[in-house]
Design a protein. Structure first.
Length: 292
């Protein structure tokens, strides 16, 4: 037996719907057959017909068959809508949202599978309808399903209470976390301010130190330049002094020579020289006498 991939209950529901559809399809086919039979009984009473008469009969038959088939197709569409309405209404009472795939309705493989299922269910074994499976409507929810629904609602309410308690706990934790965050942010801000002040003071100290170093460097360079200039000046003065000293020594030697020359030319010098000459001669005479 071909299967549709459904559980036993749903498959039995499908069988019931297919039985209903086969019944409606049979009525439609009987209606079409009756249209042709009525044409035979009402119009085909003569042995020969003209072309126009045949065309007129076929047009009339086409109109009747078209109307019957269209009416049956529309009725089938409305019937399917009512079936979907029943399913969706039942799903909504269970707070479910069903979805349909319209493109899957033209799946040739699935259509052949349904045809095989119908063939195996209704033609091969010539099964008779099971009275237990034929139901005029969907099972009501206010009987067997109400108890389960009430239990589900109770469970949901209990879960909701748990979630409320958990949410309250989370809110408390979140509030505590926000307070801690505010305190930490304030502490961080104070620390940043302190660090900023320290950094400012450090920058000021560094700036002052750099200024002092620059001043000392400038003073040292100035002192070095002054020392170099003084050394150069002293060296120049020393050289000049040496030159002046040599010049003075030369002048002094010249002056001494001139003075000696002038002194030798004086009368005193000549008299003293004569006296010394006489004294020397007297000494020589005395020495000769002493020698004798």
């Amino acid at each position: 037996q071909a299967e549709l991939g459904l559980n036993e209950h749903h498959q039995n529901e499908v069988i019931n719907y297919m039985r209903f559809a086969r019944f409606k399809r049979g009525l439609c086919l009987k209606t079409v057959d009756s249209c042709f039979q009525d044409l035979k009984d009402s119009r085909l009473v003569e042995e020969t017909f003209t072309v126009d008469e045949v065309i007129d009969m076929l047009d009339g038959l086409r109109t009747i068959v078209h109307s019957e088939v269209e009416s049956e197709l529309i009725n089938t569409t409305y019937t399917n809508v009512l079936l979907l309405r029943q399913l969706f209404s039942q799903a909504e009472k269970w707070y479910l949202k069903l979805q349909t795939d319209i493109s899957g309705l033209e799946n040739r493989e699935l259509l052949e599978q349904v045809a095989e299922f119908e063939k195996s269910e209704f033609t091969s074994s010539n099964k008779k309808p099971n009275a237990d499976l034929i139901k005029p409507k969907l099972a009501p929810l206010n009987e067997g399903g109400s108890e389960l629904l009430n239990k589900t609602v109770a469970c949901l309410q209990e879960e909701n209470e748990k979630l409320k308690i958990r949410l309250k706990t989370i809110e408390t934790q979140a509030t505590t976390a926000l307070d801690e965050k505010s305190k930490l942010e304030k502490s961080l801000k104070d620390l940043q301010m302190i660090q900023g002040d320290q950094k400012t003071n450090a920058n000021q100290d560094i700036t002052e130190l750099e200024n002092k170093v620059a001043a000392l460097k400038s003073q040292f360079e100035k002192t070095l330049n002054d020392s170099t200039a003084n050394q150069k000046f002293l060296e120049e003065n020393l050289v000049t002094t040496k030159h002046d000293l040599l010049k003075v020594q030369d002048q002094l030697s010249t002056a001494e020579k001139e003075l000696e020359k002038k002194f030798q030319q004086t009368a005193a010098y000549r008299n003293m020289k004569e006296i010394l000459t006489k004294k020397n001669e007297q000494i020589k005479d005395l020495r000769k006498k002493l020698s004798k």
